[in-house]
Design a protein around this ligand. Structure first.
Ligand code: UD1
Ligand code: UDP
Length: 358
């Protein structure tokens, strides 16, 4: 039977977004192919998610690996084009804002294969972020745009995308969180990592924080002054590992570094944390759902609902330690609002729209 939906995934944050969509389309009996571009290839950034999230083994791994933005995007395009020509799917689905997302949308558009973008319309309005460029181009090209929040729908409307292409469906990454909630075992991860009752988690991988020596020095100073208050556990993304080590980040006795963690282990760690410091997109959303205070080390966010409805606050390196101190001194918010439709059913809503169109 001919392929109806071909999913293109490539890096860690794609996998929890794709898993509920693949599952919901399977329940409708849709013929699917799952492509992994190979943008992320380490076991801990890739395979572990397939195992833990019940994603099927990719049908194809394009094996593109790392490279400059142009080289990586071009490598995905070059490898994907013949595959799409061969498979001729009815729909290509792309996720989030990584280089693999951009490359797949470009190839599909030029082959006139309809394309759906999951997590459309997010905008940081900061074009120094490579992801912002990817979001703008992918949303321009996509035929179907699945938005996770009302602000995203509004951005797409302002950019002239016809309303009938846009669907507010909720957040598939939150579907994955909710379906796995019972597996996030705080006591177990605390024992495994021999953690104290009160600890913080930090994840940092944005180029603006970890690529330049000067930024890394400031970041190290900021995290060390936090670690003076409460121990910090840091699963280290490979992007910044060497530069952070050179700057002495890991030399503080209260900074505990670990390899990138599996999804279940990481969210167990986050669930038990007094506070999370991050520059991750997904982690801003997950802390909002788990009710764990989150300080985002960025000047802006494409996910403002995590601030208006959730636990997120934007901070800079100079004020981080004071913000941690203040936040830890505050009582936990009793009545939190959940962003609209973050109810665990986004995958089903996406599948309903897709099946209606096929
Ligand atoms: C990418 C995404 C970013 C996303 C992040 C999630 C783009 C432009 N960036 O950033 O939006 O937030 O993934 O984690 O698509 N590396 C490894 N092992 C791997 C993969 C990468 O060691 O399996 C190292 C390589 O040195 C590589 C560097 O990490 O050069 C950066 O990898 P890359 O995929 O280009 O970007 P990320 O920083 O991971
Ligand atoms: N994550 C993980 N292990 C880690 C760090 C993050 O499983 O050590 C998960 C996190 O819970 C979220 C996803 O990876 O589901 C987010 O990926 P990342 O922060 O790399 O990318 P971003 O969301 O910033 O694009």
């Amino acid at each position: 039977m001919s392929v109806q939906v071909l999913h293109v995934t490539g890096a860690r944050p794609n996998f929890p977004k794709a898993a509920p969509v693949v599952r919901a389309l399977r329940e409708h009996g849709v013929v699917q192919r799952l492509v992994h571009t190979g943008q992320h290839y380490d076991e801990r950034l890739s395979d572990v998610f397939f195992r833990q999230l019940g994603l099927p083994e990719p049908d194809v791994n394009l094996g593109v690996g790392s490279g400059s933005h142009a080289a990586q995007t071009a490598a995905v395009m070059t490898a994907l084009e013949p595959l799409l020509l061969l498979e001729r799917p009815d729909l290509v689905m792309v996720y989030g804002d990584i280089n693999s997302t951009l490359a797949a949308a470009l190839v599909a558009a030029k082959l006139e294969i309809p394309t759906a973008h999951v997590e459309a319309g997010l905008r940081s309005f900061n074009r120094s972020m490579p992801e912002e460029i990817n979001r703008l181009v992918v949303d321009r090209l996509a035929d179907l745009l699945f938005a996770t929040s009302p602000d995203a729908v509004a951005h797409l409307g302002r950019e002239g995308i016809p309303a009938e292409r846009i669907h507010l469906v909720g957040n598939p990454m939150i579907d994955t969180l909710l379906v796995n909630l019972d597996r996030f075992d705080v006591a177990r991860i605390r024992t495994e990592l021999r953690l104290p009752e009160r600890y913080l988690v930090a994840t940092l991988h944005r180029p603006a924080n970890v690529d330049e020596v000067g930024d890394v020095a400031e970041l190290t100073k900021a995290i060390h002054s936090v670690a003076g208050q409460v121990p910090v556990v840091m699963p280290v993304h490979p992007r910044g590992r060497a530069r952070l080590a050179e700057a002495g980040m890991f030399d503080h006795p209260q900074v505990r570094t670990v390899e990138p963690m599996g999804y279940v282990e990481f969210l167990s760690l986050v669930r038990g944390a007094a506070l999370v410091i991050t520059d991750s997109g997904g982690v801003q959303e997950e802390t909002t759902m788990l009710g764990v205070p989150c300080l985002t080390l960025r000047p802006d966010t494409e996910r403002p609902v995590t601030i208006t409805h959730g636990t997120n606050r934007l901070v800079d390196r100079a004020t981080l330690a004071a913000a941690v101190h203040t936040t830890l001194g505050q009582p936990p918010a009793l009545h939190r609002r959940t962003p609209p439709l973050w109810d665990g059913r986004a995958g089903e809503r996406i599948a309903d729209v897709v099946v209606g169109l096929l």
